[in-house]
Design a protein around this ligand. Structure first.
Ligand code: ISL
Length: 543
């Protein structure tokens, strides 16, 4: 595989154009606005932007219900603007990857409108139809809006499959013409210059249609095998079209099953979010014990040279806790989302970090931990300033409020009541939480995250190292080593909030020339035998 491996040591930043920066005063963020913020992102240490969907949409699922895959929603700009963004970003060392949402279309997509005209329509089988609704393949993802993953199409009297909302009918990927459209679409964006895709809802995107025998697909080995074959073809297609394209997949399943989606060397997805470990991080914090997270990371299958895990601590959805048991999920709810309105769909938390964790020392430690792994770090916009959420907004929209650039707002010159989404009020409003103020303060969360992200960016050895979990020390202590051939990092993090004393003993046979360097201060610590560190509550040290 001759593909460029830039993606392995990139720092990722996810944003939605419509809430990042408005350039023309209509209250909606746009691509020219984003272009003006590229230098900001480069300065923060970002080297890859993941853009949430910017396609024409009916807004039933914040852009994840697409009506045209081959262009840009005129509300946020034009194809020309996008090409310009790619050029400007590239000149600042930033690549762009985009959300790829072809598991389903909008029900207002012309394909679906045609498919539902009659049972004999040539596009009918681009979607998945049944005379009777089979058993649901899984509980509905939006249980406040849907009871079933099948909806009746009145006119033709059949039910169609929608893993998500009824406004998001699933495409039938078994249909060769649908697969051709998928390739045409990937091909268009690669030609325009994107450096890859964040594949939305991977297990569904690559699933065969449910079988007559009972909607299957849930655990069906056969269906999954087909999906993997399909992914292999898609990866081949993408690699032939672009030497550098990367596939970052959203696969919220166990590590063991995620390994199938990585596949053999140089196959499958390049990157996958590590949902199981990130969910365990919150369980560990709730208990004040490192064990739940340490165990999960210890048992995590290592990614080979052509694959990488991606770490994150928040994203644009609820913080899903579905890799935890019911009891474990309740513990996390109890600790971090005691009120019902902080939770969503019974499975996750719709809060950002500072309000969720309360203690800013914990917040800083959590970001240090995220950047201390070999994994590709993925930030969600606004995390660098500790933006909060607006629980008055429906569901996941709570964590998707306009970027807070300054005390005055800075997102748009339109009056705030005309902004695309209500801004956050209270403690995490822009009065205190904004880029301008935090940029000027070397002690701010922004400065902390910038330091972490630039350090990761400038240390590719870390991304190529392998993860080793260490035992010993206080119960709240998470210790790991990123071990490389010529470079290793020992990382200590206190997850308990109690701090403690940690004694580090170096291997006898290495001690002759061994020394430790504090990665942040550059201070050299003589450690010919062993050395003791005192960690503050939620303290951390990288050596
Ligand atoms: O697996 C999950 C919960 O058990 C979910 O996290 C699921 O993977 C997720 O809801 C899928 O999300 C993605 O596709 C949705 C969209 O609404 C989300 O914003 C997107 O991240 C439908 O396109």
């Amino acid at each position: 595989d001759t593909a460029d491996l830039w993606w392995r040591h990139a720092v990722y930043y996810c944003l939605d154009v419509e809430i990042f920066q408005d350039s023309d005063g209509d209250g909606v963020g746009d691509i020219p606005g984003l272009i003006s913020r590229v230098p900001y992102l480069a300065d923060l240490g970002i080297t890859c932007l993941w853009l949430m969907p910017f396609f024409p949409t009916e807004h039933k699922d914040d852009g994840y219900d697409v009506t045209d895959y081959f262009t840009v929603d005129p509300r946020v700009g034009s194809l020309g603007d996008l090409v310009e963004l790619i050029r400007v970003a590239r000149s600042h060392g930033i690549r762009i990857i985009i959300d790829f949402v072809m598991n389903h279309t909008s029900d207002k997509h012309p394909w679906f409108e045609q498919a539902r005209r009659s049972k004999d329509d040539p596009k009918r089988h681009w979607y998945v139809w049944r005379d009777e609704p089979p058993e649901d393949p899984h509980p509905p993802f939006f249980p406040d809006q849907e009871d079933s993953t099948w909806s009746l199409d009145e006119k033709t009297g059949q039910y169609y499959l929608h893993h998500f909302l009824r406004y998001q009918p699933d495409l039938n990927v078994e249909h060769p013409q649908v697969r051709r459209e998928i390739e045409k679409n990937l091909g268009l964006w690669l030609e325009i210059g994107v450096a890859g895709f964040r594949f939305d809802s991977v297990p569904f995107l690559f699933s065969s249609s449910p079988t007559e025998s009972g909607a299957g697909d849930e655990d069906g080995e056969v269906a999954e095998y087909d999906g993997l074959e399909h992914l292999a073809r898609v990866r081949g297609f993408v690699s032939r079209r672009s030497g550098e394209a990367v596939l970052l997949g959203e696969v919220n399943v166990t590590h063991e099953r995620q390994m199938d989606w990585f596949g053999d060397p140089n196959e499958g997805l390049h990157l996958q979010f590590d949902f199981p470990s990130m969910q365990r991080l919150y369980l560990a914090l709730a208990r004040g014990e490192a064990a739940p997270l340490a165990e999960m990371l210890r048992s995590r299958p290592p990614a080979d040279a052509s694959h990488q895990w991606a770490s994150f601590v928040r994203n644009h959805d609820e913080l899903t806790l579905d890799q935890l048991s019911d009891e474990e999920r309740d513990e996390v709810f109890e600790a971090f989302a005691p009120d019902e309105d902080m939770r969503v769909y019974g499975r996750g938390i719709r809060r950002r970090l500072p309000p969720m964790l309360g203690d800013e020392r914990a917040v800083r430690m959590v970001y240090a931990f995220m950047f201390s792994l070999p994994d590709a770090p993925v930030l969600f916009y606004g995390e660098e300033i500790g933006m909060g959420e607006n629980l008055d907004l429906h569901g996941r929209l709570a964590v998707r409020t306009p970027m807070q650039w300054s005390r005055e707002g800075g997102f748009s010159t339109a009056p705030p009541e005309d902004w695309v989404r209500a801004e956050v009020q209270g403690e995490y409003g822009r009065e205190h939480v904004n880029v301008a103020d935090q940029r000027a303060d070397p002690g701010s969360l922004w400065s902390h995250i910038r330091r972490l992200s630039r350090l990761y960016r400038d240390t590719p050895q870390q991304a190529w190292s392998s993860l080793e979990m260490l035992d010993g020390g206080p119960a709240g202590l998470l210790s790991h080593v990123c071990r490389g051939a010529e470079w290793s990092m020992l990382a200590l993090h206190d997850l308990s909030g109690e701090g403690g004393t940690v004694r580090v003993t170096l291997d006898a046979d290495r001690s002759a020339d061994a020394f430790l360097t504090d990665r942040l201060t550059g201070e050299r610590i003589d450690a010919s035998a062993s050395v003791t560190f005192d960690l503050e509550p939620y303290g951390w040290r990288w050596l």
